[in-house]
Design a protein around this ligand. Sequence first.
Ligand code: AR6
Length: 204
Amino acid sequence: TIPLLYKLKKLTPAPPSSSSIPNPSQTLNDKIGLVRGDITTLEVDAIVNAANESLLGGGGVDGAIHKAAGPGLLKECKGLGGCDTGSAKITDAYKLPCNRVIHAVGPIWNRDWAEKSEKDLRGCYTTSLQLAAENRCKSIAFSSLSTGVYRYPSRDAAQVAIKAVKDFLEGEDGDKLDKVVFCTFTDKDADAYDEWLPKFFPPV
Ligand code: AR6
């Protein structure tokens, strides 16, 4: 088991008891979580699946989510008509402990199309955050989209993911979300988030 909604303790020192004025960056840091392990176990409002354009399941985290959710999920996905790369669609969560699943289709990494890949990866994060907010999901956990079978370099992907989340939380719908969790699985993704999170959400 993994610690649920583990807070980035070193990034969020307790505020001095005398301080009564809310610090905006402190508030922002408190919304960020980092966990390592199986995303299908997380009791958040929405988890984000790394799907493909068919939305009909696959390997990796997609396979794990469909297996844990049960056949109802595939049945609902069949009615969605697929999804474009760089976008996302939302479903129920069936037997999963979360409430909703957001299926995001990340880009297949191509170094000759790096800019397009980055735009599509950012689109996955931004669309997923918008879908969560629109569907009154207060907490959302992301798998490391595209960094497995789709071979997006982990260091670059983490930077895109964290920046998209920060921009959303600072934007007009940012207050609709209370918690955004990055769920890593492999060493390379965990290292990438350890490196970039403190740069985008510096300790206050
Ligand atoms: N919980 C959290 N993260 C996981 C889990 C899990 N249970 N299992 C794997 N990961 P991938 P992609 C991580 O390959 O690169 C599928 O077949 C994994 O270590 O699942 O976007 C789809 O159907 C990696 O960091 O997705 C598509 O065809 C991250 O999840 C294609 O793969 C994403 O790896 C999508 O490729």
